[in-house]
Write a protein of this length. Structure first.
Length: 49
């Protein structure tokens, strides 16, 4: 039995905008995928704490 797909309007949601100043604090030049993952994990941990 095929699965029902949700319409695009239900799948997407409005995400809060991240200020450029905040991004500049995390990013200081070209980043590798590993550096992005590390920064993302540190940010998530800080939010949880």
């Amino acid at each position: 039995m095929p699965t029902k797909k949700k319409p695009a309007c239900e799948v997407t949601r409005d995400l809060p905008a991240i200020p450029k100043e905040l991004i500049d604090q995390f990013v200081n030049g070209p980043m590798t995928a590993e550096a992005i993952q590390d920064a993302s994990m540190a940010f998530k941990k800080a939010l949880i704490d």
